[in-house]
Design a protein around this ligand. Structure first.
Ligand code: 4AD
Ligand code: MG
Length: 440
């Protein structure tokens, strides 16, 4: 007879409620310390990690040996009594009574990721397994919290979610970063770079909308901020100006960081994030113009000239000593996409805004006010060598009840990298896609 039959199965996260009771937990062996008479298997189950204590004298020999001989990442179901233990990680331990080994990882093919240091390429090649480690687990938990907070924010502020297509017939963010796909009958389509153009249509129907999905950029940039596939949330508002867009971006960032601090403090601690720095993320964010940013950069030794786009280093210089995100607006028209509304007082600049995260993390949000005049929009399409025919439906939005409107896009991965304090965006998504990585 199985002695653990009838014992409730719980998760490690629920251990507190079961103090003093016998329970079962299904998971994987994270680590094992042992001596002749006692073994301490560390069990993980996706909700947490708990230390188990197996005492030789208290267990059938067969059970104790099975525990002693466990290998890393073997799948096991343990039974035992939960005991509060202040010194233990998580505050609880389990006194082991029984174990069911679902699969013992054989010695001949041991789990490839060991507690020793591995190089990043090795870890990326084993991303499917690396996700089980404590740090990666914490990052994915924070990512989930960020995504949940983003949805919460928009859902409770009058925005309607409208999903935008992934196969698109035209460019939104410039023709040099399009992934082309063979569609049917010799037709070419592109993977979306942004849902913005469709959002603009949806905003004219619903007022305030957002889309949230994967976006693609064939960017040949091998930097710590670039993925070829990333997730972007894009709100769009009818009857809105650049000022409205900036206020919305500020409120979103404050809300998202606040939620992570509220619900994912433990994970931030695992990641050794300086939490005080996140606690300072409060409105108002400093706001400067592109022109002012150029002056600051020059005063700090950059060789950038008015008219040039910021490089990663420029963004780092601008934000390294900032405690809050920095909002930079009014960029030269020449370095921005075709759809930006010109500033009526200085038509050489457009009503776009970038939000740069502090601590040198760079741009996490880009957006602004869109051109709502038909003639000007057609002129700008031509100036960008974009075929107006491909944008005919988009131009309709300026033919039928056009209004000032705007929105932005926030990249989830850059946002998570900043909040978690990571070196590189590759760790912020389950399975990153980059210039030289499409596996696993
Ligand atoms: O500044 P971007 O290109 O803006 C747009 O796509 C607009 N159409 C959005 C809008 O107004 N609706 O991209 C917005 C954000 C960036 O600030 C960054 O966070 C992220 O998307 N992003 C990337 N993240 C990872 N890898 C890349 N290659 C990225 N390119 C942009
Ligand atoms: Mg941008």
């Amino acid at each position: 007879m199985n002695p653990s039959a009838g014992v409730p199965r719980i998760t490690i996260a629920e251990a507190e409620r079961y103090t003093g009771q016998s329970v079962r937990i299904a998971g994987w062996l994270y680590n094992l310390r042992k001596s002749g008479k006692i073994a301490f298997p560390l069990l993980r189950d996706g909700t947490g990690i708990i230390q188990c204590v197996a005492v030789k004298s208290a267990l059938p020999e067969e059970t104790f040996n099975a525990i002693r001989n466990l290998t890393q990442e073997s799948s096991i179901i343990v039974s035992g009594k939960i005991r509060a233990e202040q010194r233990a990680p998580g505050g609880f331990e389990m006194d082991l009574e029984d174990i069911e080994v679902v699969q013992r990882v054989p010695e001949e093919h041991p789990y490839p990721i060991t507690p020793k240091e591995h190089g990043i390429e090795f870890l990326m090649d084993h991303r499917h397994l690396w996700l089980r480690s404590r740090r990666q687990h914490a990052i994915l938990k924070v990512r989930h919290e960020v995504i949940k907070a983003i949805r919460n924010f928009f859902d409770s502020n009058g925005f309607t979610l409208v999903d935008t297509p992934i196969f698109t017939p035209a460019a939104c963010e410039g023709t040099t970063t399009l992934f082309e796909v063979d569609y049917f009958e010799d037709e070419k389509v592109y993977l979306t770079q942004s849902g913005q153009l469709y959002n603009e249509a949806a905003a004219m129907a619903l007022g305030k909308v957002y889309c949230f999905g994967p976006t693609f950029r064939a960017e040949k940039s091998k930097t710590r901020r670039h993925l070829t596939e990333f997730w972007m949330v894009e709100p769009e508002m009818a009857y809105a100006t650049l000022e409205d867009v900036k206020n919305l971006a500020e409120a979103l960032v404050v809300f998202v960081v606040g939620r992570v601090l509220e619900n994912r403090r433990q994970e931030l601690e695992v990641l050794e994030r300086d939490i005080a720095k996140l606690e300072r993320i409060q409105a108002p964010f400093p706001r400067i113009s592109y022109g002012q940013a150029i002056d600051i950069l020059k005063s700090k030794g950059s060789e950038i000239e008015w008219g040039a786009d910021f490089g990663n280093t420029d963004e780092t210089i601008l934000t390294e000593d900032q405690q809050r995100p920095l909002m930079v607006d009014r960029f030269p028209a020449g370095i921005k996409a075709f759809y930006f509304e010109p500033d009526s007082e200085h038509p050489e600049v457009v009503l776009g805004v970038d939000v740069l995260a502090p601590e040198g993390y760079g741009e996490i949000i880009g957006g602004g006010q869109r051109i709502h005049n038909l003639d000007l929009l057609v002129e700008r399409l031509k100036a960008h060598n974009l075929p107006p025919e491909a944008f005919d439906w988009y131009l309709d939005l300026r033919r039928y009840g056009t209004v000032p409107h705007g929105g932005f896009g926030m990249g989830v991965e850059r946002c998570v990298a900043w909040i978690c304090g990571l070196e590189h965006v590759r760790e912020t998504i389950g399975f990153p896609r980059m210039l030289y990585r499409t596996r696993p």
